[in-house]
Design a protein around this ligand. Structure first.
Ligand SMILES: Nc1ncnc2c1ncn2[C@@H]1O[C@H](COP(=O)(O)OP(=O)(O)OP(=O)(O)O)[C@@H](O)[C@H]1O
Ligand SMILES: [Mg+2]
Length: 325
């Protein structure tokens, strides 16, 4: 099996470790003790990064949490619930089911320095062999406050996929059964692989990620459930004119062990008891969520986020085409 994390050993508090399933984003660096990646302890801890990015991401999660509790409180009061139904709070609260659960901030000392982390649901929890793909959404991946230099850099990255599909692939990991020996191996690809892809290559990368070949019994179920969750996110974007998401990703996670063996009973998440009965519903072993909100902005002139919806629609089209093969 390929090593899951880079050979950097940061000094982290007892009980925490590097996020072994991290496939993209900022990571620990051997030569720079100030560079911090994601941690895990059953939940995921994301460092805040640059102050303006961290602030936007905290505000996003906090506003979702506030909207969710306001709407939940209103649900107990028939009159209020009716008034709240169409407003911005209800829309924000509806987004919560498409993002990782948020458990507040936590300060942790890493490499002798204190950092603030967002405490998030681990989207791979309960998965014995997590396959994880980070797909960045949108042709435009620079935000309205970016300098001309930053815009130019962003426009030159992942050009072929980004301009044609409004998608790019900063990283993924997938378990596969080697043929003909049947041994299970872990394959990991980073941003250099993603940057080398044209449209056809992007399709092939998705086919690899979804284990389309060799055929496993549950691949059609996997594709249908991914599509169902993608459609849920798309329908939220069609309704909303509040926010524009730049350089944000979809994280697609599923458990390789469920592809051919739906009754396997491993549950690696220590916050939850083992799930019974033996067969988990698909949304327990397949999760598609929006992540990375460091560049989220209020929608200019209350316009829909066409940039995001274009990329998301391409992804839906590609997954649909795999199902029809
Ligand atoms: N809630 C989560 N559950 C599981 N894995 C996660 C979660 N959030 C992030 N990850 C993993 O960490 C990676 C990086 O996350 P993210 O994109 O939020 O950070 P980043 O790109 O470093 O952030 P930024 O662009 O804000 O600096 C993802 O590609 C994914 O592998
Ligand atoms: Mg990211």
């Amino acid at each position: 099996m390929v090593a899951v994390v880079a050979a950097v050993t940061p000094a982290v508090p007892l009980g925490y470790r590097q996020l072994g399933t991290q496939v993209a984003g900022h990571t620990f660096e051997a030569s720079n003790a100030a560079a911090v990646g994601l941690l895990q302890d059953g939940r995921v801890f994301k460092p805040l990064g640059k102050p303006e990015c961290g602030l936007r991401e905290i505000q996003f999660y906090e506003s979702l949490a506030a909207a969710t509790s306001t709407i939940a409180a209103a649900a107990g009061d028939a009159g209020k619930a009716e008034n709240a139904a169409d407003n911005d709070l209800a829309l924000l609260a509806a987004l919560a089911e498409h993002v990782p659960r948020y458990y507040g901030q936590r300060k942790l000392v890493v490499n002798q320095r204190e950092h603030t982390f967002l405490q998030l649901e681990d989207l791979t929890h309960g998965m014995a062999k997590p396959c994880v793909m980070d797909v960045k959404i949108g042709k435009r991946t620079w935000d309205p406050l970016s300098s001309p230099h930053k815009r130019a850099i962003e426009q030159q990255k992942y050009v072929m996929c980004k301009q044609n599909l409004g998608l790019c692939l900063p990283g993924f990991q997938v378990y596969q059964q080697e043929q003909p020996c049947g041994k299970t191996i872990l394959i990991r690809h980073g941003r250099d692989y993603g940057k080398s892809l044209n449209v056809e290559g992007f399709h092939q990368a998705l086919a690899l990620f979804f284990n389309v070949q060799p055929a496993h019994a549950n691949v059609p179920q996997l594709l249908r459930e991914v599509l169902r969750q993608l459609h849920g996110i798309h329908s939220w974007f069609k309704r909303q004119r509040l926010l524009h998401f730049y350089a944000s990703s979809l994280l697609i996670c599923y458990d390789f062990d469920r592809l051919s063996n739906p009754s396997s009973q491993q549950n690696g998440y220590h916050h939850e008891p083992p799930v019974t009965p033996a067969i988990k519903p698909p949304d327990q072993w397949i999760r598609v969520r929006c992540i990375d909100f460091a560049h989220i902005f209020p929608a200019a002139d209350a316009q829909p986020d066409e940039n995001y919806m274009f990329g998301l629609q391409s992804l839906i089209d590609i997954v649909e085409s795999m199902l029809q093969r």
